[in-house]
Design a protein around this ligand. Structure first.
Ligand code: SF4
Length: 401
């Protein structure tokens, strides 16, 4: 990424936060803030409403500082445009605009077809399914960011870290101000304006993040008592109860949920997973959505499992887990112990990869590039002939139309 343009819209409250963050680009005057002439290609120093470009080296080397200043502006009047990189320019992704095309670019969806046909219209031959990672470089997308794992413990830790970082930033602003003041006095120049602590921008939308809270609901506390030290954490968020247990204790937890008279979660409404490729000590969260039909309550049980771990199948407690776990195997590659029919449910058995993993390309690996109806290069026919030959069947090649 590199920032190409930065400007300041009307409404600056002259708080000095941006200059403290990035003094090479922002300059706070008596009544407003401006973009320094030294950092702009046109050399003019003003709010840059005309959106004149920054010097390339400034936009590249100070990218992080400019972004930090824009994020720290309490009235969000600092705006910027950025490009993905000089080597692979993407459409400008400025706040709120062109986001769709930037995302398309990142996913390779605006590129030419992945598998280029030869001059005669045929596609490159491969064996089995038609996928060739080398022929489809634009399928090699960057891992999309995972939404963070919902967690009360992580939320509390993040809040604490943000407070500490904010205080450190403010202390640095104060120290910088004192240094600048001492220098101004020494040089006989007017004193700089004292910094004003930035206040978080008001969220005037109704999109309020539902913060997780400690477990309060009686049945959640009851389940925690039943499971004791097998509970890793329990919390409530957006009106939902979540209980994370040790991965080896999932069957015990499910049995309590189904059989205990205070819980009575008779139904496994869903069982699914989320891939966290960068998770510390786990790669997947496996979630069991339980419903108590008689009490009209819902509970989410969760375990965190590393790559290759095979959890016990929930089929013996909730038979409906049979199909749900086949789907999890198919889409995420998690196998279950003691499952009665551990085969894929959506894709063919010899399908390569698991489509809901974060590292599976959004456009697929190419298996669906060709159908019998569109078998222009005759590839599927070749595969069928080869398979028939291996079985000793002598198929005739149909005549071309
Ligand atoms: S951070 Fe925003 S409000 Fe504060 S001086 Fe800079 S532009 Fe103005």
């Amino acid at each position: 990424m590199a920032i190409t343009k930065v400007w300041i819209e009307d409404g600056c409250i002259v708080c000095n936060a941006c200059e403290a963050e990035c003094p090479d680009v922002f300059h706070v005057l008596a009544e407003t803030c401006v973009i320094r002439g030294e950092s702009r290609q046109d050399g003019v120093e003003d709010t840059n409403h005309a959106k004149n470009p920054l010097k390339v080296e400034i936009g590249t080397s100070l990218e992080a500082a400019i972004k930090a200043a824009a994020e720290g502006c309490p009235v969000t009047v600092i705006k910027f445009e950025a490009i993905a990189s000089a080597a692979a320019p993407a459409p400008a992704a400025k706040s709120g605009e062109d986001v769709e095309s930037a995302v398309d670019h990142a996913l390779g969806m605006d590129s030419a077809p992945a598998v280029a046909p030869a001059e005669d219209g045929s596609l490159p031959a491969t064996t089995g399914y038609v996928w060739d990672i080398k022929a489809a470089p634009n399928r090699q997308i960057v891992l999309p960011k995972s939404a963070p794992l919902p967690s009360y413990k992580a939320f509390v830790a993040e809040q604490e870290a943000a407070k500490v970082a904010d205080e450190a930033k403010w202390q640095k602003q104060l120290a910088d101000f004192e240094t600048a003041k001492a220098k101004a006095v020494e040089e006989g120049k007017p004193e700089p304006k004292a910094p004003v602590r930035a206040v978080p921008a008001k969220n005037e939308t109704d999109l309020v993040f539902p913060a997780p809270t400690e477990a309060q609901a009686p049945e959640l506390k009851h389940l925690m008592e039943l499971l004791g030290d097998k509970v890793e954490e329990a919390f409530e968020q957006a009106g939902e109860m979540t209980c994370q247990v040790k991965k080896e204790a999932i069957l015990e937890a499910l049995r309590f949920c189904r059989d205990d008279q205070a819980l009575k979660f008779e139904m496994l409404a869903d069982e699914t997973a989320t891939h966290y490729p960068l998770g510390q000590g786990y790669a997947f969260s496996l979630v069991y959505h339980l419903t108590s039909v008689s009490r009209s309550r819902r509970l989410r049980l969760r375990i965190l499992v590393p790559e290759g771990f095979e959890p016990e199948s929930a089929e013996q407690v909730y038979p409906t887990a049979n199909w749900l776990e086949r789907e999890i195997w198919d889409m995420f590659g998690i196998r279950f112990q003691n499952h009665t029919d551990m085969v894929r449910i959506l894709c063919p058995e010899d399908w390569e990869g698991h489509a809901l993993r974060k590292d599976y390309p959004t456009l697929g690996l190419g298996q669906r590039e060709i159908s019998f109806r569109e078998d222009r290069g005759g590839m599927l026919m070749k595969i069928a002939m080869e398979a028939a030959g291996n079985l000793g069947i002598n198929l005739k090649v149909p005549k071309a139309e």
